[in-house]
Design a protein around this ligand. Structure first.
Ligand code: GLN
Length: 537
């Protein structure tokens, strides 16, 4: 049955958005730094089967795994902080759990019994949580939501039961809370933490560690007070102070001794962790002297979380180039209303990220045209590649009213269309092309110069494809198709070579960027922006 896998459960209290995902990922990074193998899971209490159907305004980014699951954005943190590759088994929602139970019930698998939350729902949750049992040293499981939510109860009950079944030396409960500083009284307040722990204890979970989010380090007397009221050992009350970059968190937790104390609780051998790559990265971040502005043209402009992986990928690529990337977000509709000149004339580089729906499209097309004609480095991701194709078809190849089927079904030149049933594509049901696909890169190309490889694998999440019927026509007009899916011939990368740096890709490269492996396309794009700033291009 393999090895004894130990569990670290991460719960959250007081309020959401305290950074539970990053905290869990940081613990994962520390465990790996101690030479242990890990798995990481996020359990979300909401009833959607996956976040794929939720609005980005509600949920933030949908993170796509290599095997094509649409998942919670915290999985992105797990992949950026650790060496693991998440899969469809790394994210469970209440919807997915109930779906499976109801299917079993319909098949008659419960043999006439009444199906109940305890034990049936909790058993299903436990088996999802034990998915990596025997395969890794430590399974880290983050429970979404905050303690006290009605939806969370069966999940907390399940992890309570696992604690009992596995024994105290095999399970650690970590609880993240907030310790706010109240300026009027000049005090750090422990009451929200006390209440949140009380709530957790009422359902039978005694946390072993408290991670206390605060704008400053907790003084010892505050730690002592929290310890006393929450029945947690004083040395296990850990400061989780605000940081300039989230990549400082593993090092800060280590300074607080969190990794060593977790290993002690789990009866695992303690050694000096290897944190050199983290120290090197933070040193580089602290030495960044120069800002570099990149213009982002989109429509979820006000919602930072909907482009989490993209923000991180730009940050990583900036650090690799020795600059701090500053994003200047522009509403696509404003470009149409006010004209590109006014809004984009000082842009060093323009990026159009992924997106769905018609709003803002014409503004994005104007932005592409401006970038192409003014020789401003342009990077189009998914939708950004599609609008670049439309712009080229209209303004270079002379195909009037060219468009994507998604935005204009009556267009005489649908250069992007929905292509069902392609060989090697979309066998998984649903209408989106999801997950990693092979892409063959031709030379010479910006893509090859960036990757230095002929074959790459990148993740997709889209419905529409470059229309093969227009390939010849657009190529004759000068569009370079430098990346294709070998089995189906689908177009994955387009470029414009009458330009210092112009590339659109049908996939989402941002999902694979990490601080230690910044993504080649982003690194190359940021370098082009930097060269433009210096007047070299
Ligand atoms: N809306 C486009 C499509 O579905 C692009 C999707 C995206 O940018 N992820 O093909």
């Amino acid at each position: 049955m393999g090895k004894q896998t130990k569990f670290i459960f991460v719960t959250g209290g007081v309020l959401s958005s305290l950074g539970k995902g990053v905290a869990a990922a940081s613990i994962g990074a520390l465990m790996e730094a101690h030479g242990l193998t890990i798995s990481m899971q996020k359990i979300d209490p909401y009833l959607n089967v996956d976040p794929g159907t939720m609005s980005p305004f509600q949920h933030g980014e949908v993170f796509v795994t290599e095997d094509g699951a649409e998942t919670d954005l915290d999985l992105g943190h797990y992949e950026r902080f650790t060496t693991i590759q998440t899969t469809r088994d790394s994210n469970f929602t209440a919807g997915k759990i109930y779906w499976s139970i109801i299917n079993k019930e319909r098949r008659g698998d419960y043999l006439g019994k009444t199906v109940q939350v305890i034990p049936h729902v909790t058993d299903e949750i436990k088996s999802a949580i034990r998915r990596f049992y025997g395969e890794v040293d430590i399974s880290i499981v983050e429970i979404g939501g905050t303690v006290g939510d009605i939806e969370s109860l069966p999940f907390l009950e399940a992890i309570r039961q696992i604690g009992l079944e596995e024994g105290p030396e095999n399970v650690v409960y970590v609880h993240l809370t907030l310790v706010p500083f109240i300026p009027t009284s000049g005090e750090l307040k422990t009451k929200p933490t006390q209440h949140s722990v009380k709530e957790l204890r009422a359902i039978g979970i005694q946390p072993d560690f408290l991670l206390c989010r605060s704008d400053r380090d907790l003084p010892q007397e505050i730690k002592a007070k929290i310890a006393l009221f929450s029945n947690v050992r004083e040395e296990n009350v850990i400061s989780a102070r605000d940081v300039r970059t989230i990549y400082e968190i593993p090092l800060n937790f280590h300074k607080e001794g969190l990794d060593q104390k977790i290993l002690e609780k789990l009866h695992l051998p303690r050694r000096e962790p290897d944190l050199r790559k983290w120290e090197d990265f933070i040193r580089k971040v602290k030495n960044l002297k120069e800002d570099l502005e990149i213009t982002m043209v989109g429509k979820y402009v006000k919602l930072k979380d909907s482009y989490k992986s993209l923000n991180e990928a730009l940050f990583h690529a900036g650090v690799a180039n020795g600059v701090r990337v500053v994003q200047r977000w522009v509403e696509a509709e404003d470009i149409l209303e006010q004209g590109p000149e006014k809004i984009l004339k000082d842009s060093l580089a323009i990026l159009v990220p992924g997106g769905f729906g018609e709003r803002g499209i014409e503004g994005m097309i104007r932005a592409v045209q401006f970038a192409r004609e003014r020789k401003i480095p342009y990077f189009g991701i998914c939708l950004g590649m599609q609008v670049a194709t439309i712009e080229f078809a209209r303004n270079v190849a002379g195909l009037k009213r060219a468009n994507s089927e998604e935005f204009d079904e009556t267009s005489p030149h649908k250069v992007l269309i929905m292509l069902p049933n392609l060989r090697g594509v979309r066998q998984m049901g649903g209408t989106m092309r999801l997950g990693a696909y092979k892409c063959k890169i031709s030379r010479p190309s910006f893509a090859y110069s960036a990757y230095g490889k002929d074959v790459i694998y990148e993740r997709h999440r889209h419905r529409y494809e470059f229309n093969p019927d227009y390939r010849e026509k657009l190529e004759k007009s000068g569009l370079k198709i430098t990346g294709t899916h070998p089995e189906s011939g689908l177009v994955e990368i387009i470029e414009n070579h009458d330009h210092p740096w112009f590339l659109g890709c049908q996939f989402h490269p941002e999902f694979k960027s990490t601080p230690f492996n910044p993504h080649p396309l982003f690194v190359s794009f940021v370098r082009a922006a930097l060269r433009r700033k210096k007047g070299e291009i």
